[in-house]
Structures are given as structure tokens and as C-alpha cells.
Design a protein around this ligand. Sequence first.
Ligand SMILES: C[S@@+](CC[C@H](N)C(=O)[O-])C[C@H]1O[C@@H](n2cnc3c(N)ncnc32)[C@H](O)[C@@H]1O
Length: 262
Amino acid sequence: MSPLQVLCLPDTQLHAADLALRLGAPLQTLPDFERKTLKRLASSVSLALMVGEDVSLQTFQLPLPGPVRVDWTDGQTLWRLQHGGGRGEMLAKACGIKGDYLPWVVDATAGFGRDSLLLAWLGCRVTLLERSPVVQALLQDGWKRAQAEPLLAAALQRMELVFADSAAWLGSLAGDHRPEVVYLDPMFPTREKSAKVKVNMQVFHQAVGADPDAAGLLEPALRAAKKRVVVKRPRLAEPLAGREPSVVFEGESSRFDVYLAG
Ligand SMILES: C[S@@+](CC[C@H](N)C(=O)[O-])C[C@H]1O[C@@H](n2cnc3c(N)ncnc32)[C@H](O)[C@@H]1O
């Protein structure tokens, strides 16, 4: 069974062929993405990037979970931005956002970009770095959708997507052209509770795997950041690379370890 396939519809073949080439994955064209069509594939496909009107990830364990996509325009995300904690969110505090101090943040583990979006919404310039070609495809698709949402226009202008390995990218920064903050949120076993998030995380883990080299990001991040490095960890996990942070912001299930520069 191939670990990842690209599935497309007859009218999305061109875009899908390009993605399949980038991913080195086999491409299959289906007449539709109806559940009964997908269920028939369960014995031969375990994970697929589905290229239809949008780009999504689908696992094929029965019963089939819904497809997972990057969607910054869904009600939950927009509600969090408009009515959530804002500057009171732990992430914002950990990044040092205060008064008119709005740092340039490099999110070196962009994933689905939810944390980046919050920081950009609050007014920070945010560079999103992502190395997984599957996640890159999902992010690009989410970005396209977000451009049609007027509420996100200002935040999107402050965000840039960069598809690269963060250790190398951070290492290439020179002189004064460095962000104030580098943010790291490497993959970790599922830590959130709601059923919907669990499915999302399961699918995400299947596509990206763990980040076994995550500890190796701390040093380049510390060298690159002018002010601080912020690392998101499950509440009870060891600090990244076994290095004690300068300050900790602790929440119910996760915490933010802050390493002050200099
Ligand atoms: C847990 S997710 C981040 C979730 C993200 N904070 C969010 O709000 O959606 C971690 C992501 O970091 C990416 N990643 C891990 N190490 C990386 C590296 N060295 N360079 C670029 N991306 C990396 C993984 O591919 C994965 O997509």
C-alpha cells in the first residue's frame, strides 16, 4: 500500500499532477469524491492528498473521517480572532506583544498556520516556515481561500509563506536582518481533547510524522532571534533540547517556554 497518493477529479488533473510530482506520489483520477467512491479505495490507499475544489488530506481507516484542510475562514477560527483572548492569549504574552511593541516573528514550524495567523491578526509581521511538501500544499490552498475573506486582509498582508527547512533558513540570516522572535511548535503526541481536533491531529501526524530533529532547531533559533525564542510544549513535557527556559507561561494542557536572547 502506497503511504501517500494524490487523488484528483478530471478537471483538476493539471494542478494535481504538479503536486504529485513535487510529492513523488502516485496520482489517481476519480469520477467524484463521494464517500462511497472513497470507501472503495480503503484497501489500497492509506493516506491521500485530495485535489478538488480545495486541497485536503484524507486517511482511509474505516469509518472514514472527514477530510482535513487549512481553513482560516471557518467560524471557529474567525471567532477566536475576533472574540478570543487577543493580546491576553498566552502565545501573545510569550512573544512579548505589549503596547505598540509588535515584533517580527518567524514561525519556524508553521504547520496549519493557526498560531501565525493569531500573531499577524494582532499586528505582527510573521514569516511562516514549513518543510513538509504535504503541509505546504495545504497551506497554499488555505492561503487562497483566506484571500477571499475581507476580515483577514490586513493579517494576510503581514504574513509570508516560505517553504524551507528552518534550521537552514535561520542559519542563513545575517547581520541585522533578523527577527525579534523565533517561535517553535514542533510535532508532539496529540495533546488537545475535542473529537474534531483529534481527527485533525491524527491525520496530520500520519502525513508529517514526528519531528525527531526538533531539538536541533533551538540553537539556530537562539542565534537568529534578536529578543527571544518561544517554544510551545505539552504542559508536562521536558524542555526542548533539555535546556531550561528563562520564563514559562503555563496553560491547562500546554505551556510556552521563553528563552531570552543575549
Ligand atoms: C505541530 S505543527 C505546528 C502547528 C502550528 N503551530 C499551527 O498553529 O498550526 C509542526 C510543523 O512544523 C513543521 N516542521 C518541523 N520541523 C521543521 C523544520 N525544521 N523546518 C520547517 N518546518 C518544520 C512540521 O512539518 C509541521 O508541519
